[in-house]
Design a protein around this ligand. Structure first.
Ligand code: SF4
Ligand code: SF4
Length: 130
């Protein structure tokens, strides 16, 4: 990953059916850390649509500006970032029966390398990059 869904989300469901890897949870999913509030992207599953589309499909479908923003790549370099986010409750990383929590050191994910790190750090609007 990853992209991230913000509090701007209006729970319209335009994004989830577009995701090629089923990485988006609805606000009514009990595994969503923001259940009852907004949709959620699983960072351990999101591949930023690499190999599927030229830009994140969820953001292309989203009608709400600022609802889908960049997050850090889901790579070993950002393992601590995701562990800390998981501990704080901003992410709910899947726990594998044998491998444990699927943090980036267990399984990293694809990301769009052309996106500047500054856009990720500032959680810039994804749609504005295209
Ligand atoms: S960027 Fe692509 S893979 Fe990631 S959540 Fe959006 S649609 Fe799914
Ligand atoms: S398309 Fe945008 S506003 Fe609609 S549920 Fe997804 S993130 Fe929320």
């Amino acid at each position: 990953m990853s992209v991230m869904i913000t509090e701007e989300c209006i729970n319209c469901d335009a994004c989830a059916p577009e995701c090629p890897v089923a990485a988006i949870m609805s606000d009514s999913d009990e595994k969503n850390p923001f259940e009852g509030e907004r949709y959620y992207v699983k960072p351990e599953a999101c591949v930023e649509c690499v190999g599927h589309a030229d830009q994140p499909r969820c953001a292309a479908a989203c009608p709400t500006e600022g609802s889908i923003v960049w997050d850090m790549p889901y790579t070993e370099e950002f393992n601590d970032y995701y562990v800390s986010g998981h501990e704080k409750g901003s992410y709910k990383i899947r726990e594998h029966k044998k491998k444990g929590f699927m943090f980036p050191t267990v399984k990293a994910q694809e990301f769009m390398s052309e996106i500047p790190m500054s856009a990720r750090e500032s959680h810039a609007n994804v749609a504005a990059s295209f």
